[in-house]
Design a protein around this ligand. Structure first.
Ligand SMILES: CC(C)(COP(=O)(O)OP(=O)(O)OC[C@H]1O[C@@H](n2cnc3c(N)ncnc32)[C@H](O)[C@@H]1OP(=O)(O)O)[C@@H](O)C(=O)NCCC(=O)NCCS
Length: 356
């Protein structure tokens, strides 16, 4: 085989009509090498949606490396980080075509990504690796909750590169439509205190809620159980909320929101979002769900979930499922999801490497 060359992929503004561009090839490679996507094609990444995410941003820095065998893209390495003084972490991923594995391509990509992170002054990198349930040997999470396949390529690879295993996220699937959803909504509303009011919107966040939503995003970065990963606080502003929403609109994705206002203060204290792709055969993705700490214990998480599923059913029906990712130790969120009908379909291992 010829020499494999690693270069930075210049992110294009648009894709070629016939799908022959490098960005589309790199997206296809990711779909071909992600174990959960292979089992659930409804989770495939759409190049147009990814393209909007990858456009330059004032709030995030992203780079994509590709490994080429002549004209063919056979490996891919993703780097992303937030901008700002507290942003001490980068998230990286590597994917190598099965025909090109065990030739050092993955290690070369990983080393280059780590170097980008180190040169940018990052303290550590995080890597997430997806897997489907297996009958084979397992590696238990150090949190005591969940496990990943011990002999999986991703597990073996990251161990060989001196990464520490930190946490397991459960990937859960809810088949759509949800049976009995209306009675679940009625029940949740009946139980809800009159201290709270619900709001719904699609796409661009209404101006009056942008500051509140920015605070909810910021809290999301630190409030989720994160084991030994120590994610940095990711500070959001109203401007970043608008930037995020405009990018999603440009990508053709529709985001469906339900939020809860604390009536006495007039502030949003909880929200959830579902990201809906254009193609009806693709899954809807559950984005953030958060209830601020001081308002927990009022069954607002359950209310948000069922309300937004009903909202989804009204504005964008016809998708096969909703997919959600939760820390395996996040029992409260898992219970809310299980009560609606989510079932586990896979596990993501979260790995970390200190760079200095
Ligand atoms: C994980 C992955 C990126 C590895 O790519 P690769 O090019 O085969 O990796 P390398 O050749 O650089 O492997 C380096 C070392 O990792 C270990 N390793 C990698 N794959 C392994 C496997 N399937 N079984 C056992 N050890 C493995 C070995 O120690 C290997 O060194 P060796 O070949 O000299 O024994 C590739 O299997 C892949 O794309 N998997 C799907 C996506 C994924 O899980 N990505 C994980 C990181 S985000």
């Amino acid at each position: 085989m010829s020499e494999i060359e690693i270069t930075t992929l210049e992110i294009p503004l648009t894709l070629s009509a016939d799908g022959s561009d490098d960005f589309t090839a790199a997206t296809a490679l990711r779909n071909e090498t992600d174990e959960i996507v292979q089992h659930y094609p409804e989770l495939a990444h759409d190049p147009l949606v990814s393209l909007a995410t990858w456009q330059p941003s004032a709030f995030e820095d992203r780079r994509m490396l590709v490994a080429r065998d002549q004209d063919r893209i056979v490996g891919r390495g993703d780097y992303s980080t937030n901008v700002g003084e507290d942003a001490d972490t980068a998230w990286i991923e590597t994917y190598v075509h099965p025909a090109y594995r065990r030739r050092g391509v993955g290690s070369r990509l990983l080393t280059e990504l780590e170097k980008i992170a180190a040169d940018a002054g990052k303290r550590k990198v995080h890597v997430y690796v997806s897997s489907v349930p297996t009958d084979g040997a397992l590696l238990d999470s150090p949190t005591g909750f969940g496990a990943v396949p011990r002999d999986g390529a991703g597990t073996q690879f990251l161990q060989s590169q001196q990464y520490s295993f930190e946490q397991v996220e459960r990937v859960s699937r809810l088949p759509l439509p949800v049976p009995g959803l209306h009675s679940l909504v009625d029940d949740a509303i009946t139980r809800c205190s009159r201290d709270y009011a619900v709001h719904e919107w699609v796409g661009l966040c209404p101006e009056q809620w942008r500051d509140d939503l920015a605070l909810l995003y910021t809290r999301m970065s630190t409030d989720e159980p994160s084991a030994g990963l120590e994610p940095p606080e990711d500070i959001w502003t109203a401007e970043r909320v608008v930037d995020h929403d405009e990018r999603e609109l440009a990508s053709g994705v529709t985001t469906v929101y339900a939020a809860i206002e604390h009536v006495a203060s007039g502030e949003l204290i909880a929200y959830t979002a579902l990201t809906v792709p254009e193609q009806p055969e693709l899954a809807v993705l559950q984005d953030n769900t958060i209830v601020l700490g001081e308002h927990r214990g009022h069954r607002l998480g359950n209310l948000l979930k069922v309300l937004n599923l009903a909202h989804l059913q009204r504005v964008a029906p016809g998708h096969p499922s909703v997919i959600t990712y939760n820390a395996e130790e996040n029992r409260h969120m898992l219970s809310v999801n299980e009560a609606v009908g989510f079932v586990p379909i896979g596990y993501e291992g979260a790995w970390k490497k200190e760079l200095r």
